[in-house]
Design a protein around this ligand. Structure first.
Ligand SMILES: Cc1cc2nc3c(=O)[nH]c(=O)nc-3n(C[C@H](O)[C@H](O)[C@H](O)COP(=O)(O)OP(=O)(O)OC[C@H]3O[C@@H](n4cnc5c(N)ncnc54)[C@H](O)[C@@H]3O)c2cc1C
Length: 543
């Protein structure tokens, strides 16, 4: 048995963020991860051939750029080798009819692309970015704090520079925003695709802001990705935790959180080890799994009912390829390799995709794609001249025959998707494929228990599962009904993606409850970090 102040259950990037602040606050920190390596959905693995570094899940690290952690360099992760790359073009979208639209880092260049389809739409894009500038502070402030009640959110929205207009935008569907603001069908598809990149169904209410935030975020930060792969973020966090005296153990699947006298006191792992926590336990275990691990008898009925109602979000189907050359896609000035390409033919194709999804059907006639070739900008991802290629499509976890049916059909589905994608790239053929690795929505759940029902963002971010209601109404403050037990990660506000916000927000609440504060940590770090510090040796939690 070993004792620590705070035990962090799971080593996804959010819990590592929370642990890093806690370690810097001087607490004895222990992080226990069930998988053989840290990072959760923010990882990098040789999935195909030696030397080919694939991100099995997240590649883009956009949302974390607005987190004060990164914006103000609070944890100085660059000292631990974290370096971001900014692809240009940001992404390109070729259409089957032969045209294409690219987003470039230069706004005017993006507008020139749009103007080829519609001058009015290019102007509408400038307007959209200008309006986002007037709304961003309100949204960023909401995301970087404990959720407020709905009435408070509405009052703050009304008080924003756009006032009632912002309220109308936030209540609208993203599809309505795209349709009202843009006239030309290709341009509409372009903006619907980018708004969809956090997988909220854009025809649902209260998705209106997505039509602004995702386009503006990509325009500002590009399809930003860490050099060396997604794992570089968790690795840098882990080094920071260890540098501040924390310990990280992998292959430690937590089977029980012990509760004594209503208080979380210890965790037990699958191998029978018990670790005691003197001050707190912070969980990033999916809320659907939490009652079993904590014991239903230790959770009140309203919390259990909220967890029982929890719904997954849309799911992805991913194939990773090792390629002998980079796929080239159509751009305005001819064919070119690019880090990110998107494919969506029209708003009708988007509606068809959602309809098939909701019916549990696989419709491969006009698939929506996100395809990434990180090695175009990052030579460390593949052997010289070779490339890693990730093809993401959006297909349901639930099938009429049950999710296990994926095991029988996934290779055929992947092959069909490859053929469809090849129509958009003249050199993308079996000739350049050296190896491949397919992950269905079921495989994504097997890879990480936090991907419950294949959900890659914890669960739907629908109105009843977001903000004040995430994960359960009354428990959105990162505290749980069990004293000393905190919850962070994608199931908590503001939800999934590599944002680090659930982790930092949770750290703020945790530290305050323990008599410390995030502000104190940040202030004292800026003084201490100017001094050289010895580097502790890593303990084998990563590559
Ligand atoms: C295919 C795919 C592509 C994606 N692409 C992007 C992208 O490009 N950009 C983006 O921003 N987001 C993307 N996402 C979403 C994003 O990766 C996740 O929302 C985010 O990484 C979640 O981080 P987290 O820290 O909350 O949890 P996770 O990364 O899920 O970490 C949770 C950790 O807890 C561990 N754990 C769970 N239960 C236990 C237990 N009982 N005991 C011990 N450990 C446990 C897990 O093993 C895991 O390591 C993608 C997701 C997927 C699946």
């Amino acid at each position: 048995m070993s004792r620590h102040d705070i035990i962090f259950a799971g080593a996804g990037h959010n819990n590592l963020v929370a642990a890093a602040y806690a370690a810097r606050a001087g607490f004895r920190v222990l992080v226990l991860e069930g998988a053989p390596r840290i990072g959760g959905d923010t990882g990098t693995e040789e999935l195909t051939l030696p030397g080919f570094l694939h991100d099995p899940c997240a590649t883009a690290h956009n949302l974390i750029q607005s987190n004060p952690l990164m914006r103000n360099n609070e944890l100085e992760l660059d000292r631990h080798g974290l370096k971001y790359l900014y692809p240009d073009p940001v992404f390109t979208m070729p259409f089957l009819g032969g045209s294409s639209i690219s987003m470039w880092r230069d706004v005017e260049r993006t507008c020139a692309e749009l103007a080829r389809f519609s001058k009015a739409d290019a102007e509408a894009y400038r307007q959209l970015l200008a309006e986002w500038d007037l709304m961003a502070q309100v949204v960023n402030d909401e995301r970087a704090n404990v959720p407020r009640p709905q009435a408070d959110v509405e009052a703050r929205t009304q008080a924003s520079p756009l006032g009632a207009k912002m309220l109308a935008i936030r209540q609208a569907t993203a599809i309505d925003i795209v349709t009202l603001r843009f006239r030309e069908e290709h341009v509409r598809a372009f903006f619907a695709w980018i708004a969809f990149m956090t997988l909220h169904p854009l025809d649902e209410p209260e998705t209106g802001l997505m039509a602004f935030s995702l386009a503006a975020g990509r325009q500002r930060f590009s399809w930003i990705l860490p050099e060396g792969g997604s794992i570089r973020l968790p690795l840098a966090l882990a080094r920071d935790i260890e540098e501040h005296g924390g310990t990280i153990l992998t292959s430690k699947s937590i089977t029980r959180i012990a509760v004594e006298g209503g208080r979380a006191t210890a965790v037990e792992t699958k191998d029978g080890s018990i670790y005691e926590a003197d001050r707190a336990i912070v969980s990033t275990i999916h809320v659907k799994h939490l009652p079993e691990i904590v014991g239903q008898e230790n959770l009140p009925g309203d919390y259990l009912a909220g967890v029982a109602r929890w719904k997954p979000n849309l799911t992805m189907f991913v194939t990773h390829y090792a390629l002998s050359e980079a796929p080239r896609f159509r751009m305005t000035d001819g064919l070119g390799a690019c880090v990110t390409m998107g494919a969506l033919e029209s708003l009708d194709a988007y509606a068809a995709m959602l309809a098939a999804f909701r019916a549990g059907k696989i419709d491969l006639r006009e698939p929506v794609f996100l395809a990434l070739t990180p090695s175009v900008i990052d030579a460390s991802r593949a052997p010289a001249g070779k490339h890693t290629f990730k093809v993401v499509s959006f297909l349901p976890y639930e099938l009429a025959q049950g999710p296990e049916h994926w095991d029988s059909i996934k290779q055929d589905v992947s092959n069909e998707l490859f053929e469809r994608l090849s129509l958009l790239s003249p050199n993308l053929s079996r000739r350049i494929v050296m190896a491949e690795h397919v992950e269905s929505p079921l495989d994504l759940e097997r890879r990480n228990p936090a991907n419950w029902r294949g959900s890659c963002h914890g669960g739907a971010n629908s109105p009843e599962q977001s903000g004040y209601f995430r994960p359960v109404e009354g428990w959105s403050s990162y505290r749980t009904p069990v004293a000393g037990l905190y919850q962070t990660g994608a199931c908590t506000h503001p939800g999934g993606s590599v944002s680090g916000l659930p982790g930092r927000n949770c750290a703020e609440v945790l530290l305050r409850d323990l008599g410390s504060s995030l502000d104190d940590v940040i202030r004292s770090n800026s003084a201490v970090n100017s001094l050289p510090r010895p580097r502790r040796k890593g303990q084998g939690w990563g590559p």
